[in-house]
Write a protein that binds this ligand. Structure first.
Ligand code: NAG
Ligand code: NAG
Ligand code: NAG
Length: 428
């Protein structure tokens, strides 16, 4: 039998939680071991259907697969003449019986899967969403009937087997954080803590402030400006659109404490929108312009050999690979030369072994950076592996990014924090 004091304290906890949680949402994040992509789970429609959705920091909308037999009695299509309709997505119609994905005079949705070199048509509509244990109404999203597409390129191509759409978190009017913050009157902010594996638990996506009772709340964040690239980096855009992806101003890169020598103008955004540094959770590993990648690998291999680390044959897609038995370990992962992104004001984002190295088999560890070729639009695309076990806060009110650096420095990870609390930290 529970004692009265236990009962009282749990009632108090529940009261405190519901009081302090009125302005946040929290979603669990898992890593798919086959694709290395990250996904979350939420419910859509009436009756509620649960969808696994891949997290895409650079994605403009939430979209899901409203396959042939999917229906929802609370679905309302967005009409083509609505102010909220982006305008460059066309207007769709359908002859079949009414259902999500088959409606008339409906604002089109650009269904983008960055892993496919095509975009797909879909419908924009609003419906109820179930996030943690809260129900929210009137959330606009895109839906596409995936069976309509045949051939090489289909909307769900290369996504984890269980995922049926993408949760885009980019700087757009229709992104989920933006819609939730305007409906619920809280600041347009979200934080991401991507897990390096699912073994110890789940990572988290916090929409709104990080709840005080979350174990992530205690980490100090270093704040830097988020940069807007005035030229769109999207597959579909109107002339004059700025990019809705998140860029930061990296000034230089260090390997093992020494500045890497390359044409530094690659790090700035030129008058066509080329260059600069952005984030992408749809790239598993950081992509570097060849003119940065080559010197980085050269210097890293040299500094590693100074540490008596033995180089072995390359394992694609990586170039610099090493005999694991010659590398010692530290609390931040394998003891390899650090790679530092030097930001405005000399602030450094240090990338330790836990984020730079990838174990490709039991004997070989490779530097987890990939050659992005000679003409990528963006010179540095920071990928998912480099973001794992780091807490990142995207504050779109002040256009700032807060980052924790590796949580391993604090003996913490993104995957050992909040799972027991996901049900408690759920908001109205
Ligand atoms: C979908 O649900 C709506 C509303 O409940 C209903 O009017 C419609 O006929 C259903 N469509 C299909 C294809 O079952
Ligand atoms: C859309 O309009 C056409 C033409 O008026 C009609 O035949 C069709 O049934 C409508 N579709 C839906 C889903 O209501
Ligand atoms: C849940 O939150 C409480 C209060 O912050 C914390 O003490 C506890 O460790 C958390 N549970 C887990 C499993 O992290």
């Amino acid at each position: 039998m529970a004692s009265l004091s236990t009962l009282f304290s749990s009632l108090l906890t529940i009261a405190l939680l519901s009081f302090s949680c009125s302005s946040q949402f929290i979603l669990p994040i898992e890593k798919d071991p086959l694709t290395n992509l990250f996904y979350t789970s939420l419910g859509i429609g009436t009756p509620q259907h649960n969808f696994n959705l891949v997290i895409d920091l650079g994605g403009p909308i939430l979209w899901y697969d409203c396959y042939k037999t999917y229906n929802s009695s609370t679905y309302k299509p967005l009409s083509c003449d609505s102010k909220l309709c982006p305008g460059n997505t066309g207007c769709t119609g359908c002859f079949g019986p009414f259902k999500p994905g088959c409606t008339n005079n409906t604002c089109g949705a650009n269904i983008i899967n960055p892993l496919v070199h095509a975009t797909f048509v879909g419908n924009t509509g609003n419906d109820v969403l179930f996030i943690s244990h809260s129900k929210v109404s009137n959330i606009l999203s895109g839906c596409t009937e995936s069976e309509v597409f045949t051939g090489e390129d289909v909307p769900l191509k290369n996504l984890p087997k269980t995922s049926k759409g993408i949760l885009g978190l980019a700087r757009t009017k229709l992104s989920l954080p933006k819609q939730l913050s305007s409906h619920n009157n809280f600041p347009n902010k979200f934080s991401l803590c991507l897990p390096s594996s699912n073994k110890k638990g789940l990572g988290s996506l916090f929409i709104g402030e990080i709840p005080k009772q979350s174990s992530s709340f205690k980490f100090q964040l270093t704040t830097i400006p988020l940069i807007i690239n005035p030229f769109s980096t999207a597959p579909i855009f109107s002339v004059g659109d700025a990019s809705y992806e998140y860029f930061i101003d990296v000034k230089s890169i260090k390997v093992g404490g020494e500045i890497l020598n390359f044409k530094s103008s690659l790090l700035s955004i030129d008058n066509k929108g080329n260059g600069g540094t952005k984030f992408s959770t749809m790239n598993s590993f950081t992509l570097l312009h060849s003119s940065i990648f080559k010197p980085l690998v050269r210097d890293f291999v040299k500094k590693a050999s100074d540490k008596k680390i033995k180089k072995v044959a390359s394992v694609a897609p990586f170039e610099a690979c090493f005999d694991l038995s010659t590398i010692s370990r530290t609390k931040t992962g394998l003891d390899v030369p650090t790679i530092d992104l030097v930001l405005e004001g000399g602030v450094e984002w240090k990338i330790y072994g836990g984020n730079s190295m990838v174990l490709v088999n039991k004997k070989v560890a490779c530097l987890g950076f990939v050659d992005g070729g000679k003409e990528p639009m963006t010179a540095v695309v920071i990928g998912g592996h480099q973001l794992e076990d780091n807490l990142l806060e995207f504050d779109l009110v002040s256009s700032k990014l807060g980052f924790s650096s590796s949580l391993l420095l604090h003996n913490a990870r993104c995957s050992n924090s909040d799972q027991a609390n996901f049900s408690l930290i759920s908001m109205e």
